[in-house]
Design a protein around this ligand. Structure first.
Ligand code: GCB
Length: 735
């Protein structure tokens, strides 16, 4: 029998030590794992969290074991580079902060042992991630175990694998699955017994590998969120060593015109992304944190998850298997290609695939994320992607490869031809551009490449739930704008079932210590839920209304938008029910029938209690008519809302800043003014201007943006914007 002993307790954490000898003295803080040293400074902004080498020390007595048994240490996550010293000797080094690795220690065990682990999250040019929009927490932030196994045992050393691999091939017509189970053995043995579905097969070992094939008739499919049925496969040896894993029988394919199919039926992949962190805890999550997240994922009704931007905890992939989520798993090859980082991308990918092969939830391996955001598409980058792609296929012929591309990557770039399927991250309507550009981008792509599978791997808008607006505007960080943004995108993805998967960025706010915006330090606030999981923003309920078919509910938006200056206020209801009655101050106001989003215009004068009723579900808010805007609702850095761009005040026969750049540029007179203005801007910001000039795709995208959004994006002040508008208003459109 193997004995797995938790090594999470009784560690000393030493933030600074000259070397392992000094660290081994163990003069530090007593801690238990999981632990990160960036739980606080990684979440408070300033981009100044501690990145360096810290030390963990644990003293332990020789474990009880039979003379010939072997002992391994298992690290489920050490961010980012770890070196292991046992009794003064360095025995291992592991690069990559998100995967499991093990090291055998049998021969080095003494009666009393000192284990020293250095963990390094400092800046370097070889281990990913180095440039990305999230905090690179350092620490021994997942479990550490001591594993005692018989001398001959199932493989533990190779790439952190489980030593057992299950490949089910489903035949839907015949309702059966052929399940190949393989196991690897270290040591001297002749035979392995496999067990699946109460059937046992003995298989002989050849070169340390045994293999058996089971046929499951009347197979119970792993069928997504409605029926995520799991089987168990076990491998035994005579000496008592056992490994087991769960697996699921499912078949999927993607049709470029029709989208995703699971087990032969269309299965819409609509969901969210997740980072692994939590307020005050950093990435040192416990199983309770993982379960809490899964509860929220189920509540929103997602069918798919993008587990970004690195390998997540085994416990979490297990939860995905159990709950029927379809998962995109990826490595942290992100933002900027490092010429010395190739080996690390390959080793992180090998670990990702090998360690997660048996999870039925995972259907694709993500090669990289927005890798061309800060790197050119050159030979080295292409070669790196080809190698990753081939590696995935060599290790796993059952899954697809994918990429998340940045919006400005040309759609005819050769890099898009490397993975099996593709996706784009688009933020039109938030960082830049107009909401409709999301629709246009995908429609053009789909028309140009009808045989290619394309998905929407990221989209979102930051919102601090404190901020509210009657007239929400891009960039105002209000909960109200986030809701408007997602309403548009929800409708757009509903009309395009050929988008093979869509993932909101992000389900949860997460730490990005370099950020300081929207009234918060160190957080990316694109979450539909706050980082402490306490507040679900209105947009959360929009998706719940559209996706959660199980739990009837009604949600009244604007709970935090109490003080309102408008005479007639818009009251929005999100619900998965089709008939909503609004009651104002106890009196029925209006009943509407519809789908997902219901909008009521309610005159207000004093304080009102508003209730939405749908069958047996109700939700209420209180609103108050006030004279002055409540300043707490406004993000102070926001420039004052001015009305000069109101359509009614503008002469529609003349150009204005509300026109799209391409339309303005098509007119010789107006175009000349814009060119001059841009040339001036370019001389101030050479780098960016060059990037635009050299990128026709980006130019086209900018052409579709209104001048006002471009000017705001570039940080132009109100006075200059007004000035440009005045000039444009003097130019007739026919000219
Ligand atoms: C992206 C990145 C993601 C960022 C996100 C954002 O495209 O892939 O890591 O957090 O944009 O919010 O800007």
């Amino acid at each position: 029998m193997r004995n797995i002993v938790s090594f999470n307790d009784n560690w000393k954490f030493i933030k600074n030590a000259a070397d392992e000898v000094e660290a081994a003295k163990g003069e530090g803080e007593s801690i238990a794992l999981p632990h990160t040293w960036n739980a606080v400074d990684g979440q408070d902004g300033g981009n100044d969290y501690h990145r360096g080498t810290c030390w963990y020390v644990k003293k332990f007595a020789k474990p009880e074991k039979n003379e010939t048994d072997k002992a391994y240490l298992e690290f489920c996550g050490a961010a980012m580079t770890a070196e292991i010293y046992l009794n003064g000797e360095k025995i291992s080094r592991h690069e990559g902060g998100y995967s499991t690795f093990r090291v055998e220690i049998t021969e080095r065990l003494e009666e009393e042992n000192t284990l020293v682990v250095s963990v390094d999250n400092s800046n370097n040019t070889t281990v990913y991630p180095q440039t990305a929009d999230f905090t690179f927490y350092g620490g021994l932030y997942r479990d550490v175990n001591l594993i005692i196994v018989p001398e001959t045992h199932f493989e533990l050393a190779y790439c952190g694998s489980q030593g057992i691999k299950v490949t089910p091939v489903v035949n839907l017509e015949e309702k059966k699955a052929v399940v190949t189970v393989e196991a690897w053995v270290c040591g001297d043995a002749d035979m392995v017994t496999f067990e699946v579905n109460q059937e046992k097969i003995n298989a002989s070992l050849e070169d340390g590998r045994a293999k058996a094939e089971f046929v499951i008739e009347n197979v119970h499919l792993w069928d997504g969120v409605d029926d995520p049925y799991l089987y168990t496969a076990k491998a035994f040896m005579e000496n008592g060593d056992i490994v087991s894993t769960r697996f699921g029988c499912r078949k999927y394919y993607i049709d470029p015109q029709k989208g995703f199919f699971l087990n032969g039926h269309p299965y819409l992949l609509r969901g969210v992304s997740r980072h692994q962190d939590f307020k005050g805890v950093g990435n040192a999550l416990t199983i309770e944190h993982h379960k809490k997240d899964m509860e929220i994922i189920k509540e929103i009704g997602a069918t798919t998850l993008r587990l970004a931007h690195y390998q997540h905890a085994q416990e979490f992939y297990d939860l995905c298997d159990e709950n029927g989520l379809i998962v995109w798993a990826e490595i942290p090859y992100i933002t900027m290609h490092m010429k010395n980082g190739r080996a690390n991308t390959l080793s992180q990918m090998e670990e990702l695939v090998v360690q997660n092969y048996n999870h039925p939830s995972i259907i694709c391996w993500g090669l990289s994320n927005e890798i061309t955001a800060a790197s050119a598409v050159d030979d080295d980058l292409l070669e790196n992607h080809r190698l990753l792609n081939n590696l995935c296929h060599r290790l796993d012929s059952t899954r697809l490869t994918t990429m998340a591309n940045v919006f400005m990557l040309e759609t005819d770039s050769p890099i898009l031809e490397i993975p099996d399927i593709n996706s784009y991250n688009l933020y039109f309507g938030w960082y830049l551009g107009e909401l409709e550009q999301n629709d246009e981008f995908f429609d053009e792509y789909h028309e140009k490449y009808p045989d290619r599978v394309i998905g929407f791997s990221e989209y979102g808008a930051d919102a601090n739930p404190q901020y509210q607006a009657a007239v929400p505007e891009k960039g105002d960080y209000t909960e109200s704008y986030q809701a408007v943004y997602h309403e548009h995108i929800l409708q757009m993805i509903e009309k395009r079932p050929w988008l093979w998967a869509t993932h909101v960025w992000n389900l949860f706010d997460f730490a990005a210590d370099g950020r300081d915006e929207g009234g918060k330090h160190g957080e990316n606030q694109k979450g539909l839920v706050t980082i402490d999981r306490k507040t679900k923003k209105d947009a959360f309920y929009l998706y719940k209304a559209a996706w959660n078919k199980k739990e009837p509910f009604v949600h009244l938006c604007g709970k935090r938008y109490v003080d309102r200056t408008e005479d007639v206020t818009e009251v929005k209801v999100y619900s998965n029910q089709s008939k909503i009655t609004l009651v104002v101050d106890g009196k029925e106001f209006e009943t509407q029938t519809g789908k997902t989003i219901f909008k009521f215009n309610v005159p207000i004068s004093g304080e009102h209690k508003i209730t939405a009723i749908a069958d047996s579900c109700t939700d209420s808010i209180t609103v108050k008519k006030v004279e002055e805007e409540n300043q707490d609702y406004i993000f102070i850095k926001r420039s004052p809302v001015t009305n000069w761009f109101d359509a009614d005040e503008l002469d529609p026969e003349c150009f204005s800043i509300n026109d799209k750049l391409a339309e303005i540029k098509a007119n010789p007179k107006a175009g000349a003014i814009i060119d001059e203005m841009m040339a001036k801007g370019a001389s101030d910001r050479g780098d960016v201007a060059d990037a635009v000039k050299d990128n026709p795709g980006l130019q086209r995208m900018m052409g579709r943006m209104t001048l006002i959004s471009l000017l705001k994006q570039s940080g132009a002040d109100d006075e200059s914007i007004k000035q440009v508008n005045r000039i444009l208003q003097g130019i007739k459109k026919e000219n």
